[in-house]
Design a protein around this ligand. Structure first.
Ligand SMILES: [Zn+2]
Length: 261
């Protein structure tokens, strides 16, 4: 059974050098890389429903952006060149207030304030009209595994309702910091999501509420991109989906090290 390659990005910037930012030229090279290898771009929601129907293309690519950085708009023309959509996971408190993105862990990435401007609801509606998907990244970007049940449920249910009100629908989620456990995944399901993504260096599961992603940034170019992708492809071919993430670890791997995203 084929599984989609799910890429996890954050900001798009030619100036901000950080694992959270991919440059336009880096992103462009990465997209062309997958295009040349015959991949088809899908939103996460589309990939999930095709997967449930057993109709997923053999090579499908889901491009996701966490946090809702306004700079994600720079990715739109690069993706449209290939006719591919993306899924953007927004932190609803910031989309509503317009305050620069800010939470524990993000400060360590030294983002200038103009790089932390959030996408507005109007901009998100514009992306949705261009076939993008708007998913949730919770209301305030907490570490869900440390929250009491009621607060975790509120973070996920409230943000889903806000997005559904503003955009029209919201069926997918990305866990803040890429982290969830079985309890959080169960709460996400009860909050009404069909699928949710992690972003961790290691993961044993590949289930709808625990979809593993691969993180790319500006340093994944040329040889490094080829090495990462060939090891990813080997894993996709040779192992059951559940083993993909658990076998990937280490600094040179395609998957992220644990960290605050
Ligand atoms: Zn995040």
């Amino acid at each position: 059974m084929s599984v989609p390659v799910i890429l996890g990005y954050h900001a798009v910037s030619d100036r901000w050098r950080s694992p959270l930012a991919v440059s336009r030229s880096g992103l462009s090279e990465q997209l062309q890389f997958f295009r040349r290898r015959g991949y088809t771009g899908l939103t996460l929601a589309a990939a999930e429903s095709l997967r449930r129907a057993g109709a997923l293309p053999r090579k499908s690519l889901v491009i996701t952006f966490d946090d809702g950085f306004a700079s994600v708009l720079l990715a739109l023309p690069l993706l449209e060149r290939h006719g591919w959509p993306a899924t953007v996971f927004v932190v609803t408190d910031f989309a509503s207030s317009g305050r620069p993105l800010e939470w524990h862990g993000l400060d360590g990435h030294h983002a200038p304030e103009n790089e932390r401007i959030p996408l507005t609801w109007d901009q998100l509606r514009g992306l949705y009209e261009r076939e993008w998907e708007v998913g949730s990244h919770t209301a305030s970007h907490p570490l869900l595994t440390r929250l009491p049940h009621a607060r975790a449920l509120h973070e996920m249910a409230h943000s889903r309702h806000i997005i559904a009100d503003e955009i029209g629908r919201c069926t997918t989620l990305a866990y803040p910091f890429g982290v969830a456990d079985d309890d959080v995944a169960a709460i996400a399901r009860s909050a009404g999501y069909d699928a949710a993504c992690t972003l961790r260096g290691t993961q044993r599961h590949d289930q709808p509420m625990m979809r593993p992603r691969s993180r790319l940034d500006s340093t994944h170019r040329g040889f490094r991109l080829q090495v990462g992708a060939s090891s990813l492809n080997r894993r996709l071919r040779s192992s059951r989906a559940a083993q993909i993430a658990s076998t990937a670890r280490g600094r040179r791997g395609w998957f992220p090290r644990d960290g605050a995203y």
